[in-house]
Design a protein around this ligand. Sequence first.
Ligand SMILES: Cc1cc2nc3c(=O)[nH]c(=O)nc-3n(C[C@H](O)[C@H](O)[C@H](O)COP(=O)(O)O)c2cc1C
Length: 166
Amino acid sequence: MKYQVVYISNTGNTEKIAKKVFEVLPGQDKDIVRFEPGVRIADADIYFIGFWIKRGTCSMDLLDFISELHDKKIVLFGTCGMGTHKEYYKELEDEITAWIADDSECLGTFICQGKMPMEVRNKYENMLGSGNDDKVEKMLQYFDSALTHPDKQDLENVAAFIKKII
Ligand SMILES: Cc1cc2nc3c(=O)[nH]c(=O)nc-3n(C[C@H](O)[C@H](O)[C@H](O)COP(=O)(O)O)c2cc1C
């Protein structure tokens, strides 16, 4: 069984998860690559594809890559800043899995929080007082709760998730 981990990561959160995924995959027939357009990605039986969420979805280039995988097994993992609600994670999962070709199969999706750059908090703070304070306070709470993620528990959770799938 050949495993290929492919991920995008802007500030390193998804990369941490990707490295843990790679570490727990059994055997030697495995590879890990940071995705960028044009990068060579080897053929594999199972693709472990990592993304980070930007404005409700992920990089279009990565979605194109996902949609072009035929007759493959795919495992998704990702990080996002907003919340820990199952419903929100399910929305994100649906957003990404919609791109999987009909002849490929998604074996599962793992999502956890990932800290955001401080400029994001500054932006939220500047939005206070503009009539949407309840919403902005919630976003600030999400920002603060994400600050420690991905943490040790997230790494243990993704390791358990991968072992269960394998
Ligand atoms: C410009 C920008 C847009 C973002 N949009 C969202 C979003 O729509 N939903 C969300 O939950 N998180 C959002 N985030 C938070 C990131 O998804 C989160 O910090 C993620 O862990 C970053 O992963 P990385 O470190 O691998 O790049 C956004 C972050 C940035 C910088």
